[in-house]
Design a protein around this ligand. Sequence first.
Ligand code: F6R
Length: 225
Amino acid sequence: MVVKDALEAARVAADIIARIVRDKPTAALLVATGNTPLPAYAELARRAENGEVDFSRVLAVQLDEYVGLEEDDPRSLWRWTRRSFVDPLGVTRTLRLVDVTTFDDDIAKVGGLDLAVLGLGPNGHLGFNEPPCDEHAKTREVDLTPESLVSNARYFDLPVPTRARTAGMTTILSAREKLLIVTGAHKRRILARTLDEVSSRDVPASWLRGEDTTVVADEEARPRD
Ligand code: F6R
């Protein structure tokens, strides 16, 4: 779906997330950090406050985390998830990505993921599934690519950790629905590759294909003909 701007993308993304939660109040949502989904999360917080949608029984599942940080470290992605999603939406059930060996089992025990909310990395990564990454990659620890290190550095004044845990590509693809939000001209090239190239290890987001994936892009990110 192509929409006018980032604000409109937030509304459309919020509609999709709210629809899933209304249909299933205990839905398990895999939740990306990063800047892209923040306006959608803010829109959902507004709707939750107005009583339009209730997130109190939703399970928020962490998508990725740096290795070696305390939970309250300003760079901790869990802290980011709490501040932007868990607290403002009134979520009370959470599953953190602490142990890569038990994470996928923990997700299976709650009946699997209902929705994966995703942003698109500058190199096509999803979570920290860095290229090259095949579609069967499991939840694991990874070294971040130089491109991701540069990209992540803009969020913090402190040095960026070089290793991370990420939900696997299989974990992401196992979600019953996937929502990829892409805004801004700086994402246009990688979005074009994601949509137009044959799915491959070079662009991990290109594994997202099929009817269960919705891409919401704004005009700036829309690939040109
Ligand atoms: C965040 C994450 C990353 C980001 C991606 C885009 O949890 O997993 O894959 O979604 O790097 O980041 P932004 O949205 O800041 O451009």
